[in-house]
Design a protein. Structure first.
Length: 349
């Protein structure tokens, strides 16, 4: 997995010769002492010189345990490929015990630091792990995509092949999302699993299962999952309790779901699930419209046209209808056309 060539010897060894004023080549002990001092002082090339030499057994003799030490120093100083090499040693157990979590951490650091090698190694690690734990398959695809973006050889083909497999096997996709959801950190996976159960992708359709996964995601703060639960209650797919519906829309709105803000506003305007509160309804429509949701802008136009809690203002209503129309809201576009082409009164001749 690790593919790095020695690169620092000429630079560092010649520096030692110049500093010592010697013509004879430095001894291995001198090279080690000189570079350890430089590495401790912050010279990342010296750290890499030591790590590579100890790993490949060149001038300083093979010593995988020391190679780990100096790859770690270089990684800490920001050398992305050193992080990847350390990850490979932790994964394989060279120079010490095997540490899968440590390998993952250092591959991630390498990848985040811009190393295509690190991203590719992370992808391979996840790909291998996915054979027993399917939740790692999508992570492998993401890491291959990152390596591909950094033009790492072969990564693009791997990314494409893996993505096709994930997309064409919905049962595997669902399995991976459900496993990911079983932990505490991947609540979006819970939302996605709920969506697949609701639509019947990779499994027979189950509203109950969908609600179970949506609830976990909603409780964890995924706005779209809260919206989905509220919609399911509105549509009668789950027991409808107006107060609970409104509370769920409010929760989704607070977390940034523009659709939920608009729907909650409509309930306040009509006194559904709470006492009638036109001011609150209008404020929620405004919030939804600010987030460029066509329905929210259309509802806000209705408020100004009808005078629900505000003075009637057809010009302002038209302004919001026009904005909603630009957001592909059909009824708003019809309202704009009607305003621009009012019907003439009187009998036809």
């Amino acid at each position: 997995m690790r593919i790095l060539a020695l690169f620092a010897f000429v630079l560092v060894a010649s520096s030692l010769l110049a500093e010592a004023g010697n013509e004879a080549p430095p001894s291995p002990a001198q090279l080690a002492a000189f570079n350890e001092k430089k590495c401790t002082g912050g010279d990342v090339d010296a750290c890499m010189f030591l790590a590579e030499n100890y790993y490949y057994g060149k001038e300083l003799g093979k010593n995988p345990a020391k190679a780990r030490v100096f790859y770690r120093h270089a990684c800490t100083k920001g050398h992305a490929d050193a992080c990847s090499n350390l990850g490979a040693m932790l994964e394989s157990g060279e120079g010490g015990g095997r540490d899968w979590n440590g390998a993952e951490t250092h591959y991630k650091k390498s990848c985040d630091g811009g190393s295509g090698l690190g991203c590719n190694n992370l992808a391979v690690l996840y790909h291998q792990r996915s054979r027993k734990e399917p939740k790692f398959l999508s992570k492998a695809a993401d890491a291959y995509h990152s390596a591909c973006a950094m033009q790492y050889e072969g990564a693009c083909a791997q990314a494409e092949g893996l993505q096709k497999f994930i997309e064409t096997d919905p049962a595997k996709k669902l399995e991976g999302r459900q496993i990911a959801c079983s932990g505490k950190d991947d609540l979006e996976a819970c939302h996605q699993a709920g969506t697949m159960h609701y639509l019947g992708e990779g499994t027979p359709r189950s509203v109950a299962k969908a609600a179970e996964y949506f609830k976990k995601a909603c409780d964890g703060g995924v706005a779209a999952a809260c919206y989905n639960i509220a919609i399911m209650m509105e549509q009668g797919e789950l027991p409808r309790d107006a107060k609970q519906v409104l509370a769920t829309y409010d929760k989704a709105c607070d977390k940034g779901d523009a659709r939920a803000c608009s729907n909650a506003g409509f309930m306040y305007i009509n006194g559904d699930g709470a006492p009638l509160d036109q001011e609150m309804g209008r404020a929620l429509f405004e919030k939804s419209c600010t987030m460029k949701h066509g329905e929210g802008c259309y509802n806000l136009g209705n408020v100004h046209e009808s005078g629900a809690g505000v003075e009637k203002d057809t010009a302002k209503a038209l302004e919001y209808y026009t904005l909603a129309c630009s957001l592909d809201h059909k009824k708003a576009c019809d309202a704009v056309k009607a305003a621009k082409n009012p019907k003439k009164g009187g009998k036809k001749k």
